[in-house]
Ligand binder design. Structure first.
Ligand SMILES: Cc1ncc(COP(=O)(O)O)c(C=O)c1O
Length: 319
């Protein structure tokens, strides 16, 4: 951290942590469908994604339990946002952070992690997250300084969404909540938020957005899609036992179109999984009928997708 305003004595918690969470719930009105979707603006977290919550929760817990020592190295396999969040929070807490990421993740994410001070190790994208998880376990077995946050298996990933994201939504949206719609990467968001919301609204519908090209919950094989951050070719353990009412398949082209519309019509600079979530939320609201209150997540910021299809069609003209 370079900003003097955010510097803190080594023993105190970095003030940065106070900037994480308590994001607004934004009403998005779609006049042609007669529907308003309530979108949790997680892209406003300080590193730009919902993953700041997980990074702060897991690292503070590990620090409290004595699992993080001054010479610890935080090592995680991540498609990007978790790496950026761990790099930001881990470095601010004074630890070395090393990130394993697929070669397919966008170059902007790599720049951001390095900018926060993390070291990167890239691996081939063809086996999805599994390769990276295996490599990180091998490195940890050889080096006792390694701390593995294990975002895919760590129950705190989901519990933090029960205790915070889910509770915030309940406080922000009075009245009945009809459905919660979210994609899954680790499954932490879908698991934790749906548990918190269902405890207050037992008849809520829980809808899992998945790319049409990699609709694994719908029984199809994972394939190439453009919705970075979700459906990494693997059904994550945190998704087991989540009472999903139905999966909603969203084609990459529809996700990209909605992500551009969110920028142009609503001024929301978000990434492609946010667009995909809104497409799935709109369909859910239409299925449930008039008066349905549907909540979804705007997961991350658009700036980390400059090199991807999201920004490929500029539509610029020259004179
Ligand atoms: C952009 C983006 N969207 C959605 C998700 C899914 O979140 P979760 O891991 O909680 O399932 C992620 C996870 O990395 C992500 O990076």
């Amino acid at each position: 951290m370079n900003s003097p305003a955010l510097s803190a004595p080594a023993t105190a918690l970095p003030p940065l942590l106070a900037l994480i969470g308590r994001t607004p719930l934004v009403p998005l009105h779609f006049p042609e469908a007669g529907v308003t979707i309530h979108a949790k603006a997680e892209f406003l977290n300080p590193s730009g994604s919902i993953k700041d919550r997980l990074a702060a929760c897991i690292l503070l817990d590990a620090r409290e339990r004595g699992l993080l020592k001054p010479d610890s190295v935080i090592l995680e396999c991540t498609s990007g946002n978790t790496g950026i969040a761990l790099a930001m929070v881990g470095t601010a807490l004074g630890y070395r952070v090393k990130i394993l990421m697929s070669e397919s993740a966008s170059v902007e994410r790599r720049h951001l992690m390095r900018h926060f001070g993390a070291e990167l190790q890239l691996f081939k994208a063809d086996r999805g997250y599994i390769t990276g998880i295996e490599i990180s376990e091998e490195i940890a077995a050889r080096d006792s300084r390694i701390f593995l946050p294990r975002q895919f298996a760590n129950p705190l990933n989901a519990q933090d969404h029960v205790d915070h994201t889910g509770r915030e939504i309940l406080a922000q949206l009075p009245g009945h909540i009809s459905a919660f719609v979210s994609g899954y990467g680790t499954g932490g968001t879908l698991n934790g938020c749906s548990r918190a919301l269902r405890a207050a609204h037992p008849d809520i519908k829980v809808v899992a957005m998945e790319p049409a090209e990699a609709a694994m919950l719908s029984g199809e094989s994972p394939c190439c899609h453009s919705i970075e951050g979700v459906a990494g070719g693997y059904l994550p353990p945190l998704l087991k036992g989540v009472p999903i009412d139905w999966p909603e398949k969203v084609a990459s082209a529809d996700a990209l179109a909605m992500t551009r519309r969110l920028a142009r019509d609503f001024g929301l600079l978000v990434g492609t999984s946010s667009g995909a979530n809104v497409v799935a939320a709109l369909r859910t609201a239409q299925k449930l009928g008039p008066g349905a209150q549907v909540v979804t997540i705007l997961c991350d910021r658009a700036e980390r997708y400059y090199s991807t299809k999201l920004f490929a069609d500029t539509g610029d003209s020259s004179v």
